[in-house]
Design a protein around this ligand. Structure first.
Ligand SMILES: NC(=O)C[C@H](N)C(=O)O
Length: 310
C-alpha cells in the first residue's frame, strides 16, 4: 500500500478538426472514471487499464472495437495489447475481425498461454476454446465507418467523414505501486488486409515495467514501430528524464528520424504522469487524487474536482 492510484487514458492523436474535437471528451471522461473506480476499490492497474480500454472499445466514437475503421476489404481488423509492469507479462492480438473487446482477449492470451501474441485463424480458434463470444464480422462495422471508408476509396482521403475516430489506450498505477498499460485500435482506414500496426507490438504501442513506468502510444504505426516509441520513452526515463521530457524527446526523435507524428500517455513508477503529442490534437483524460483532468489541444488541461478518493 502507500501509492496514490493514477489512471490516464487517450483517444488517439491526429489532426482532429475543430468542429469534432469536443465529441470525444464524454467518452474519455467515462473511460477514465470507469478505470479509476477499479483502482479506488483497491483493484489492480491491469484490471483498471482493461476496463478503461473496454469502455473506449464499446464507444463507436473511437477507432477500436465497435466502430473501428475499415480495411481494404471493408471489414475491421483489430489489434490490442495489455502489459503487466510487475512481471513484464504481455498479451496481444492482431487482425481480429469478430471479437468486440480485443483488449480482454489480449488479457486471455497473457493469462492462459505461454505466448505474447496471437493472430488470425489461430487466435479465433483459441477464442472459441475459451468461449469468448464471437460476433458476425458485420456487427463491428458502423454506418459511419462505412461512409468514411467509401469516401476514402473515392477521394483517397477521409476528409470530413473522419470524425473523432482514433486508437485508444490507458496507463495506470495501483495502490501497490504496480503499473500497467493497454492499447487497442482498428489501425488506419483502407489498410492492406493483414497489415499490423504498432499497437500490439510490445515496446511500440505499449510497454509497462514497474522499475520505470508505463506508456501507451498512438499515431503513425509504421513510424512508432521503427523507433519502438513506448520503450524509447522508458529508456529516457531510466536515464533520468521526467515523463514529459522523455515523451517529448522520443516524439521529436520520431519526427526527425522517420517523419512520423503521434502521441503518448506516460506514467512513472512514482505516479508522475503526462500526455504529450506532436499531432494537432490528442484527446486524453487522467484522474489523480480526486481531480479529473482532460484536454485536447496542445498545452490544454481542464480540471474538475470529483469525489475525493480515500
Ligand atoms: N491512429 C493510430 O494510433 C493508429 C495506430 N497507431 C496504427 O497505426 O495502427
Amino acid at each position: 500500500m502507500g501509492t496514490k492510484p493514477v489512471l490516464v487514458v487517450h483517444g488517439g492523436a491526429w489532426a482532429i478538426p475543430d468542429e469534432f474535437g469536443e465529441r470525444s471528451i464524454p467518452g474519455i471522461k467515462n473511460a477514465v472514471k470507469s478505470g479509476f473506480a477499479v483502482l479506488e476499490m483497491g483493484g489492480s492497474s491491469m484490471k483498471a487499464v482493461e476496463i478503461a480500454v473496454r469502455a473506449l472499445e464499446d464507444d463507436t466514437m473511437f477507432d477500436a472495437g465497435h466502430g473501428a475503421v475499415l480495411n481494404a476489404d471493408g471489414y475491421v481488423e483489430l489489434d490490442a495489447i495489455i502489459m503487466n509492469g510487475k512481471t513484464l507479462a504481455a498479451g496481444a492480438v492482431s487482425c481480429i475481425r469478430n471479437i468486440s473487446n480485443p483488449v480482454t482477449f489480449a488479457c486471455s492470451v497473457l493469462e492462459k498461454t505461454p505466448y505474447v501474441m496471437l493472430t488470425g485463424m489461430g487466435a479465433n480458434q483459441f477464442a472459441e476454446k475459451l468461449g469468448i463470444p464471437q460476433v458476425p464480422v458485420e456487427e463491428l462495422v458502423t454506418d459511419h465507418a462505412k461512409a468514411e471508408w467509401e469516401q476514402y476509396r473515392k477521394y483517397k482521403q477521409t476528409g470530413a467523414q473522419k470524425k473523432v475516430h482514433d486508437t485508444v489506450g490507458a496507463v495506470a498505477i495501483d495502490c501497490e505501486g504496480n503499473v500497467a498499460c493497454a492499447t487497442s485500435t482498428g489501425g488506419i482506414t483502407n489498410k492492406m488486409v493483414g497489415r499490423v500496426g504498432d499497437t500490439p507490438v510490445i515496446g511500440s504501442g505499449g510497454y509497462a515495467d514497474n522499475l520505470v513506468g508505463a506508456v501507451s502510444a498512438t499515431g503513425h504505426g509504421e513510424s512508432i514501430m521503427k523507433v519502438t516509441l513506448a520503450r524509447l520513452i522508458l529508456f529516457h526515463m531510466e536515464q533520468g528524464k521526467t515523463p514529459e521530457e522523455a515523451a517529448d524527446s522520443a516524439l521529436h526523435y520520431m519526427e526527425k528520424r522517420v517523419h512520423g507524428r503521434g502521441g503518448v500517455i506516460v506514467i512513472s513508477k512514482t505516479g508522475e504522469w503526462t500526455a504529450r503529442f506532436t499531432t494537432k490534437r490528442m484527446a486524453w483524460g487522467a484522474i489523480k487524487e480526486g481531480v479529473l483532468m482532460y484536454g485536447l489541444n496542445p498545452g490544454e488541461i481542464i480540471q474538475e474536482i470529483i469525489k475525493p478518493s480515500k
